[in-house]
Design a protein around this ligand. Structure first.
Ligand SMILES: [Zn+2]
Length: 302
């Protein structure tokens, strides 16, 4: 039987009314999750953070459990699509078989958007899990920005940045607000100083670079689920962090030679014995430059 347009839409309206409320409410809501590891509950040293550490395998489990809690929190707030970027170390930490079948995962490096690879303007909210304080912090657990081995200072438009600030700026470029973060108290305070009062899940209190008072994994996971739910619900009141363009990047290196060699490039200005400046058209260009700094070596293979 063929129906005219108006009777088709009348039937459609009746069908929608017959649907259970949960189905009616499913308008698309995309949430992006960037997952680091230093800010996971219980993490205090390299013993938890790299494949050579004696507790790494267990802490990968805690990391994925915090990501699962964040996904659950996002779903509690109505998320229909979730993408997760593995943003720690080799980018191969998340136990991907434990994620729900409708979640996709960004893995390994290099990648132009760094810790936020996979985000675009179709997302409604971004969540940062397991994040830590900036390299300029004297207080945070494992405080560093991008590379604890090589960088001592990273600033965007003259403001010292933790990784969370860079991630928020990339999300902001695409019009997406960061709505929630988990990590130690210092990491959460830093991001709130930059972005205002987003939802912070403080899963441990820093004592120093290698010590903290921590929640248990299970307690941290329920806190994260609750905070992410509230954050995603608040997404319309939280503003994307849009940097003024062009974007000025200042970096200081632990060693002398990177700034010397980089200054051979006409796009780089040497600002000191250990420091350089790069001005990018936007944060995406700056992110690509940072990724180059982190990843390039003449011995790269294959
Ligand atoms: Zn990190």
């Amino acid at each position: 039987m063929r129906l005219n347009i108006s009777s088709q839409s009348a039937i459609l309206a009746v069908l929608v009314l017959l649907m259970p409320p949960a189905v009616q409410a499913q308008s698309p809501l995309k949430v992006f999750i960037s997952a680091d590891m230093e800010g996971v509950a219980g993490v205090v040293t390299g013993d938890q953070l790299s494949p050579t550490g004696f507790e790494y395998e267990r802490f990968r489990g805690f990391m994925i459990a915090e990501v699962l809690a964040a996904i659950q929190g996002a779903r509690d707030a109505g998320a229909t699509t979730v993408v997760v970027a593995d943003a720690h170390g080799n980018g191969e930490n998340l136990l991907i078989e434990l994620l729900p079948d409708d979640v996709t995962i960004v893995r390994s490096w290099p990648r132009p958007h760094g810790m936020m690879e996979g985000i675009d303007s179709t997302f409604d909210a971004a969540v940062l899990i397991g994040y830590h304080a900036a390299t300029t912090s004297t207080a945070g657990v494992r405080a560093h920005t991008l590379s604890s081995a090589t960088l001592t200072f990273v600033a965007l438009n003259d403001i010292a940045m933790p990784e969370a600030g860079i991630s928020a700026a990339i999300a902001g470029h695409f019009g997406v607000p960061v709505v929630a973060i988990s990590g130690d108290d210092v990491a959460v305070a830093e991001v709130e100083a930059l972005l205002g009062k987003i939802e912070g899940a403080v899963v441990k209190t820093a004592i120093g670079f290698h010590a903290a008072v921590t929640m248990t994994p299970a307690a941290a996971q329920s806190l994260i689920r609750a905070r992410v739910k509230t954050g995603v619900e608040r997404r319309r009141e939280l503003r994307p962090d849009v940097l003024q363009e062009p974007v000025r990047l200042d970096v200081s290196f632990k060693h002398y030679r990177p700034s010397e060699i980089l200054s051979y490039l006409s796009i780089v200005e040497r600002t000191g014995s250990h420091s350089i400046r790069f001005v990018g058209r936007d944060i995406v260009e700056v992110s690509r430059f940072l990724e180059f700094l982190s990843e390039y070596s003449a011995e790269l293979a294959p």
